[in-house]
Design a protein around this ligand. Sequence first.
Ligand SMILES: [Zn+2]
Length: 130
Amino acid sequence: MEDISKLRQYASILMHERKKLEEKILRTKPYIEGSLIKRYTRCGKPGCRCMEGKPHGPFWYLSRRIDGKTRYTYIPKDRVKEVKALTDSNKEIRNARAEIRKITERLDSIFDQIVESQLVEFTKGGGKDD
Ligand SMILES: [Zn+2]
């Protein structure tokens, strides 16, 4: 059996980590789903620079899964920064929630071990009243 005091220490570290993540969730900022991607294109016109290895772009798109299909929404250059912040915010929140779930699972198993370690086996004849 693992050292209970070490388990308590570990549990308290995890609880502290989870609390920080939970506070991050409480401060959730505006977000959008999907990810920002950039593309370069070739127009195909003879003599254009894109035909000599200098493609046009980058052009920015928001890539999202909608009804099982990937959809691309063109993002004008002047809104790229804003959309990037929104997709970053989404990633941050998703990661924090996934981490909270992982920590909670780990804590649950540690709590099991701590609680089980304190279980007293009742034996007849062992008590004062017998
Ligand atoms: Zn071109």
